[in-house]
Design a protein around this ligand. Structure first.
Ligand code: FAD
Length: 398
């Protein structure tokens, strides 16, 4: 019997995870990635919730643990570097996760687990899709046109394949905060803790350790949609310099490093809201379909969970229509729950005035006290039992 042929667009997290499971379930998989080679950039991300079980099933958990960033937890500091509160890893459900890894390391682990069984095409992309009844004919920017049984977009929040499939139906909702990441030289005073600093004017600076002898820095700030993500890198650097010049704490050090930074990345934090994730013989997975924003700490985990469910449903249903229906039915309530940001996010974490920051730090101090953490843990343990917060993963491997 001929194997069903699936084309996946995007080789980051969702794409290779989907390719892994599709291959395991007997599909013939091709992954097309726009970049010339595997993109190894990106900062600290985490594998949480049911995604941890999936990477266990993939036999990759030990590799992810071995590439751990070593982060011990999160410390909130003031301008004088006084610790106002701290949350060690494992103390609370937010903050440092058990499996913290650099995005590039995770992408590499997933690629290495699939490249022998999956055909990867780098430096190309889909430019047209002709979805007929029995197959999809795909036109590429460089390669000759080919036909596939199914085409899946796993090419991130700004997916162009999504537009070819769904037109303007999916909405990208900017949530009012810009975020910029860069790698800076590690200095002696950097520790294995992540640091969070609030500056007046709704500005935040984070420093986080990595496993490569450098430090990962980020700037975030509340702002109307000013299209900063469309500026070129030089313009983005100039904008950040101006914005954080008087921010205090370690801003001068990070801004000095920004000058020579090769990996600065800036985007307006946004969610993808798509009423449909599947259409005909096409579907979407990961950030392309339901980016929840980094504020939820669930973007990577959701990509892994979605990829596993999509592949699993394709393996156990008689046809792709039933599989796609099951994929949406099983995953959508979980996605909606995650995308439902708590009231006040992102404003609460970005106070505007000195008084607001003092108040924020006082609340952090109280929340990080041993007694309050104990109570919070109890509450979150209770809340975990609420069915809406949890997704019951089918065991497709059986
Ligand atoms: C370089 C990079 C750095 C990142 N850094 C961070 C970070 O520091 N912190 C954080 O929380 N999240 C970061 N992310 C986002 C994070 O990886 C995702 O939120 C999450 O893991 C979901 O992954 P995904 O595979 O759905 O999408 P993404 O990780 O966004 O991957 C999409 C992939 O598709 C490729 N692609 C895009 N368009 C096309 C196209 N038309 N055809 C073919 N391929 C295409 C991209 O090159 C990329 O490899 C980063 C993503 C990238 C690509």
């Amino acid at each position: 019997m001929n194997k069903k042929k699936v084309l996946v667009s995007g080789a980051s997290i969702a794409g290779p995870t989907l390719a892994f499971w599709l291959h395991r379930f007997g599909f013939e998989v091709t992954v097309v990635e726009r970049a010339e080679e595997l993109r190894l950039g990106g900062q600290n991300i985490d594998v949480r919730n049911e995604a941890q079980k999936i990477v266990q099933l993939m036999g990759l958990e030990h590799k992810i643990r071995a590439a751990n960033t070593g982060e011990q937890g999160v410390r909130f500091v003031d301008a004088a570097n006084q610790i106002k509160g701290e949350f060690p890893k494992g103390d609370v459900d937010f903050g440092t996760a058990e499996l913290e890894i650099l995005r590039g390391d995770l992408a590499k682990i997933l690629y290495e687990a699939t490249h022998e069984n999956v055909a990867y095409i780098f430096g190309d992309q889909i430019t047209d899709l002709d979805d007929q009844d029995s197959q999809v004919t795909v036109t590429f920017k460089k390669a000759a046109p080919r036909s596939f049984d199914l085409v899946i977009a796993a090419d991130g929040i700004r997916s162009t394949t999504r537009t070819l499939m769904f037109g303007t139906e999916p909405k990208i909702k900017y949530i009012g905060v810009y975020c910029s990441y860069l790698t800076i030289p590690r200095i002696e005073s950097d520790t294995d803790w992540a640091y969070w600093y609030n500056a007046p004017g709704s500005r935040v600076i984070n420093l986080r350790p990595d496993n490569q002898g450098t430090t990962r820095a980020s700037f975030s700030f509340l702002s109307p949609d000013n299209g900063y993500e469309k500026l070129d890198v030089t313009e983005q650097k100039a904008m950040l310099k101006q914005k954080f010049a008087d921010a205090g704490w370690q801003a001068p050090r990070i801004l000095a490093a920004l000058e020579d930074s090769k990996d600065v990345y800036l985007d307006g934090i946004s969610q993808v809201n798509a009423p449909h994730w599947t259409k005909g013989r096409c579907a979407m997975v990961g950030d392309a379909a339901y980016c929840p924003t980094p504020m939820t700490g669930m973007g990577t985990s959701l990509s892994i969970i979605g990829a596993y469910i999509l592949a699993g449903e394709l393996s156990r249903n008689a046809n792709h229509e039933e599989a796609f229906t099951a994929y949406e039915k099983l995953l959508r309530p979980f996605v909606e729950d995650i995308q439902n940001l708590p009231p006040g996010v992102p404003w609460i974490a970005h106070p505007k005035t000195k008084f607001g920051i003092a108040l924020f730090n006082t609340v952090i101090g109280i929340a990080s006290s041993k007694l309050v953490k104990k109570i919070t843990k109890r509450f979150s343990a209770k809340e975990k039992k609420e069915p809406k917060e949890q997704i019951k993963l089918p065991n497709y491997a059986e």
